[in-house]
Design a protein around this ligand. Structure first.
Ligand code: GUN
Length: 282
């Protein structure tokens, strides 16, 4: 029977560490402050942002949200980001995704000062990741790597299959798994015969947003399964992996909810503290 990778437990430990770091910074009159930019009223984004706000409060990070209507002009958004870049009271900036279709996501992310890039989506930070020397790691990626580390899951020489190629998870995660000497494959929506890849994988990380895409007949015994999917179906939250049917075959598995999700929010707060520390180190 698989070990259940308890993201909530690891998140609790990380939140305590963040809180201690914030206390130490506060003693030096430094107050980590995250500014979130939200465009429109996407219901899923509203839920994520509420969770982020609650955790920020708990670890005593200041959080400020700027709301724009969903028809906001791109120039206006970029001007706001530039003002935040120059505002010494703001340590970190995050633009909640997805953005409405008329906005150029890449241009908006590129407007963020890489030193204040809470998400680690800026091309400078993503490039540094591939060189193996970045301190800015996208929160979901940091969360997955922390879970694997916390449960002593060996990566060296292992076949790691990532399903999904976003700049939020798939691509930056590949860089981190490579750093740990895993052999990395990235599958995506145009991949053919996905099950031939899943059957060879020692570790599968899925971030595609298709409920129960991965089934027990697609995996080998003792596989490690990391589920980033959050699919709402009839009011229920389902992962990309069929937890119940894969559980007996896997050696380790994340539940949904309670796996990667809660740890990602704590990882974002950790990132805010790291950025604040870097900005105040000479
Ligand atoms: N939307 C879904 N996940 C994320 C994330 O990690 N960061 C941002 N900015 N938007 C998201």
């Amino acid at each position: 029977m698989a070990t259940i990778l308890d993201g909530k437990k690891v998140a609790g430990k990380l939140a305590e560490k963040v809180k201690e770091k914030v206390k130490f910074l506060n003693e030096q009159k430094i107050f980590p402050t995250l500014c979130v930019i939200e465009v429109g009223n996407d219901p899923a984004s509203k839920i994520y942002l509420r969770v982020k706000r609650n955790l920020a409060k708990q670890v005593e990070i200041n959080e400020k949200t700027i709301n724009f209507d969903d028809d906001v002009k791109q120039d206006k958004l970029i001007d706001t980001i530039k003002e935040l870049n120059n505002d010494p009271t703001i340590s970190a900036i995050m633009v909640q995704l997805p953005l409405p279709a008329h906005l150029d996501q890449s241009k908006i992310i590129e407007a963020i000062d890489p030193a204040k890039d809470a998400d680690g989506f800026h091309p400078y930070n993503q490039g540094k990741l591939w060189q193996g020397n970045s301190q800015v790691i996208p929160a979901t990626v940091r969360s997955i790597m922390s879970l694997l580390n916390e449960y002593d899951i060996q990566l060296e020489g292992k076949n790691a299959l990532i399903i999904g190629r976003s700049i939020i998870v798939g691509k930056p995660l590949a860089s981190q798994l490579l750093n740990k000497n895993a052999t990395v494959t990235i599958a995506h929506s145009k991949t053919q015969n996905l099950s031939t890849l899943t059957k060879k994988a020692d570790i599968i990380i899925s971030d595609v947003g298709q409920a129960h895409l991965i089934k027990e007949d697609m995996i080998k015994n003792d596989v490690v399964l990391i589920d980033v999917g959050m699919n709402r179906e009839n009011g229920k939250l389902l992962g990309d992996i069929n937890f119940q049917t894969c559980l007996p075959k896997a050696s380790a598995i994340t539940p949904v909810p309670g796996g990667v999700g809660p740890l990602t929010v704590a990882s974002l707060m950790y990132q805010v503290v790291l950025l604040t520390e870097n900005q105040n180190n000479g």
